[in-house]
Design a protein around this ligand. Structure first.
Ligand code: ADP
Length: 615
C-alpha cells in the first residue's frame, strides 16, 4: 500500500519536473517555442492530408488510364498538382523551421540553464564541495540540464504531433479497414517496451559508474592542467596516470558495450515481433481481397498501404516520444536534485545588523566542531575573545585546528556546539553577505586568478570600480606594488600563462597579490592564515611592518608560526589538539616555559627549522 503510494508520489514528482523543464525552455526562448508548437501542429496534420491527396491522385490516374489514349482529360490531374506541391513545400518549410528552432532553442536553454546552475554552485554550502556524492550530482546535473529541457519540449511536441497524426490517419483507417487498427497498435507495442527497458538500463548504468567516470576525468585533468604539469614531468608519473586513465576508460567502454548489446538485442527482437504482426495484417487484407470480402479501387489500395504504414509510424513515433519523456524524467531528476540541495548555511529570515564600528569585540564561546562525515572533534570547547583593535596570533602544531577556527569565523561551516559572536550578536543571526563583507580574509590555499593584476586585487571588493585608488594602496601594503611595477603593462598585465600575453609570478609574488586582495576591502576584521609563508625574509619584514602599520586600528587575527609575526601582535593564543592551551604575549609565554616556548625555542636554534613554514 505504502509502496504504491510512494510510486504514485514519484510519478507525480516526475510529472512536475517535466512541467518545470518546459517552463525552463519557455523562459529561455519563448519565441522559438511558439514556432516549434506551430510547426508540430502543421506536421501532425500533413500525413492525413497527403494520404487523402495520394488516394485522389491514384484514382484520377486510374480514370485517365481507363480513357482511350488521345482522348484523355488531364484537367482533374493538373488541378490536384498545386495541392500536392503545396503539401510538399509546407512539409519542407516545416522541417527546416523545426531544425532552426531546435538549434536556437537549445543554445538559449543551454545558456540560461548554465546561469541557473552557476547560481546554485555559488550558493550551496561550502561543505558540499567536500562530499563526493555532491560532485556526482553536480556532474549529472550539468550533463543533463543543458540538453534535457530542450529534448523534453521536443519530445512533448513530437508526442502531440504524432498523436495528432495518429488520430487523423487512424480515422482514415477506421472508416476503410477498421480491423487493421488493433494490429497497428499491437505492432507498435514491442518497440515501446524495449525502449522503456533500455532507458532504465542506461540510467542505472550511468549512476553506477559515475564515480569511475569522474575519476577518469580527474586523471585527465592531472595530465592536461598547468598546475600539475611540473610534477608530472619531474616525477615522471604521467605515463602511469595515463595507463590508469586508459584502463578505467577501457573498462567503462566494455561495460557500456554490454549495455549497447542488450539494447540492440531488445530492439531487434521487438522489431521482428512488430514485423510479424504487421505481416499478419497484410495477410488478412490479402485474404479479404481474394475472397472478395472487400471491394476497393486503386486509390483505396494506395491509401490503405500508406495509411497502414503511416498509422504504424505515427503510433510508434507517439509511443517513442512518450518513452523518451520517461527517459528524460529519469535523467532530469539529477538537475532538480542539485537545485534542491539543502542550504544550511545562510542568512536568517530577519537578520540582525552588524554593529559598526565594533564595540566589545569577537567572542568564540565553547565551540565544538567535527567535519561532516568524520568521527573526531577537530575543535573541542574552544573559547577565546578578541577586543576591537586587538592583534592576535593563533599558533599551534599542524592539525591543531587553527584554519578550521578561521573557517568557522567566516561561516564556511557552523559549529556543532557553542557560538561565535560579534558585539554579542551570534554571527548566525547576521546576513551572511554582511558578515563576510566585514572581513578581509586570506587563506593559506588562496586562489590564483588568471586575470589582470588589477582585477586580481579588485575582486576582493566588488563595490570598488576598476582603477580605484584603494587597489594601489592595498598593493602597497601587501608589497605587491613593486611586483606590479615590473610587469609589462603594470596593473593591466594578465597574470598566469593560460591566456595570451600572460606573465607568470613566483609563489611569493602571487601571495603578495592575494594579500592585497584581502586588504582591498575596508574591513574591520582582518583574518590572515599564513599570509607571509612564501615571502623572503626582506619582503616579509617590509610587508609585516607596512601591514601592521596599516591595520593598526583594525581587529586582526593572524595564523602564523613565524617568530617575526608573533612578536608583533598583542596576544598569542596557542591551540593543541583542538583546544586552547595557552594565551599571552610572546615574552609571557616564553617565560612560562610551556608548549609555546617549546615550539618557538626550536625556531631560535640554529639548524633545521622544522616548524618555520609549517601550518
Ligand atoms: P591547522 O590549521 O592547525 O594546521 P586544520 O584546522 O587545517 O589544522 O585541521 C585540523 C584537523 O582537521 C586536521 O586533523 C585535518 O585533518 C582535519 N581537517 C581539515 N580540513 C578538513 C576537511 N575539510 N574535512 C575533514 N577534515 C579536515
Amino acid at each position: 500500500m505504502f509502496g504504491l503510494e510512494r510510486s504514485m508520489k514519484q510519478k507525480l514528482a516526475q510529472f512536475k519536473q517535466l512541467a518545470q523543464a518546459v517552463r525552463l525552455v519557455w523562459q529561455s526562448a519563448p519565441g522559438w517555442t511558439v514556432v516549434t508548437i506551430i510547426v508540430v501542429i502543421v506536421q501532425g496534420l500533413l500525413p492525413a492530408l497527403s494520404l487523402y491527396l495520394t488516394k485522389m491522385v491514384v484514382d484520377t490516374l486510374a480514370q485517365l488510364f481507363a480513357q482511350p489514349a488521345g482522348a484523355r482529360e488531364f484537367g482533374a490531374l493538373l488541378g490536384l498538382l498545386p495541392l500536392v506541391l503545396a503539401v510538399f513545400v509546407v512539409g519542407r518549410i516545416c522541417s527546416i523551421l523545426s531544425t532552426v528552432a531546435k538549434e536556437a532553442q537549445s543554445t538559449a536553454v543551454t545558456n540560461h540553464v548554465q546561469c541557473i546552475l552557476q547560481d546554485r554552485a555559488i550558493q550551496v554550502d561550502y561543505q558540499c564541495y567536500e562530499d563526493p556524492t555532491f560532485h556526482n550530482t553536480m556532474l549529472m546535473a550539468h550533463g543533463e540540464a543543458m540538453t534535457r529541457p530542450t529534448r523534453i519540449v521536443y519530445n512533448l511536441t513530437q508526442s502531440a504531433g504524432s498523436a495528432l497524426s495518429l488520430v487523423a490517419v487512424t480515422g482514415v483507417l477506421l472508416v476503410s479497414h477498421a480491423y487493421l487498427v488493433p494490429i497497428v497498435i499491437l505492432a507498435a507495442l514491442p518497440g515501446t517496451v524495449a525502449r522503456i527497458l533500455n532507458s532504465r538500463a542506461l540510467h542505472a548504468w550511468r549512476i553506477k559508474h559515475m564515480q569511475e567516470e569522474r575519476y577518469s576525468g580527474y586523471l585527465n585533468t592531472l595530465l592536461t592542467t598547468a598546475s600539475f604539469a611540473k610534477e608530472v614531468r619531474v616525477f615522471g608519473h604521467g605515463r602511469i596516470l595515463q595507463q590508469q586513465c586508459r584502463r578505467i576508460r577501457d573498462r567503462l567502454r566494455k561495460s557500456q558495450m554490454g549495455v549497447t548489446r542488450k539494447r540492440v538485442t531488445r530492439e531487434t527482437a521487438a522489431d521482428a515481433l512488430s514485423y510479424v504482426l504487421a505481416g499478419g495484417g497484410v495477410a488478412i487484407f490479402l485474404v479479404r481481397m481474394k475472397t472478395g470480402t472487400a471491394t476497393i479501387t486503386m486509390g483505396d489500395l494506395a491509401l490503405l498501404f500508406q495509411a497502414f504504414q503511416k498509422a504504424k509510424g505515427a503510433l510508434t513515433g507517439w509511443l517513442s516520444s512518450l518513452t523518451s519523456l520517461y527517459e528524460d524524467a529519469l535523467f532530469i531528476r539529477h538537475y532538480y536534485d542539485f537545485m534542491a540541495l539543502p542550504q544550511r548555511i545562510g542568512s536568517p529570515p530577519e537578520p540582525k545588523p552588524l554593529p559598526s564600528p565594533m564595540r566589545s569585540g569577537i567572542r568564540v564561546e565553547g565551540i565544538t566542531f567535527r567535519y561532516p562525515g568524520t568521527q573526531n572533534n577537530v575543535l573541542s570547547d574552544v573559547s577565546l575573545s578578541i577586543s576591537p583593535g586587538e592583534h592576535v596570533a593563533l599558533v599551534g602544531q599542524n592539525g591543531s585546528g587553527k584554519t578550521t577556527l578561521a573557517k568557522l569565523m567566516c561561516r564556511l561551516y557552523d559549529p556543532d556546539d557553542g557560538r561565535i559572536t560579534i558585539d554579542g550578536t551570534d554571527i548566525r543571526d547576521v546576513a551572511i553577505e554582511e558578515l563576510r563583507s566585514s572581513m578581509g580574509v586570506l587563506f593559506q590555499d588562496y586562489a590564483r586568478y588568471f586575470m589582470t593584476a588589477g582585477e586580481n586585487i579588485r575582486i576582493g571588493d566588488n563595490a570598488i570600480p576598476a582603477g580605484d585608488a584603494r587597489i594601489r594602496e592595498s598593493a602597497r601594503l601587501a608589497g605587491a606594488d613593486t611586483v606590479i611595477a615590473d610587469l609589462p603593462q603594470g596593473y593591466d598585465t594578465m597574470l598566469g600563462r593560460l591566456f595570451e600575453g600572460g606573465v607568470e609570478l613566483s609563489v611569493g609574488q602571487w601571495q603578495r597579490i592575494a594579500l592585497a586582495r584581502s586588504l582591498v576591502r575596508d574591513a574591520e576584521f582582518v583574518l590572515l592564515d599564513e599570509h607571509t609563508s612564501a615571502l623572503d625574509p626582506k619582503a616579509e619584514h617590509e610587508v609585516l611592518h607596512q601591514l601592521f602599520d596599516s591595520v593598526k586600528s583594525k581587529t586582526v587575527m593572524i595564523i602564523s608560526h613565524r617568530l617575526s609575526t608573533v612578536t608583533l601582535v598583542d596576544r598569542i593564543i596557542m591551540l593543541a589538539h583542538g583546544r586552547v592551551v595557552e594565551q599571552g604575549s610572546h615574552d609571557e609565554l616564553m617565560r612560562s616555559g610551556g608548549q609555546y616556548a617549546e615550539l618557538f625555542s626550536m625556531q631560535a636554534e640554529p639548524g633545521p627549522q622544522g616548524l618555520r613554514d609549517e601550518s
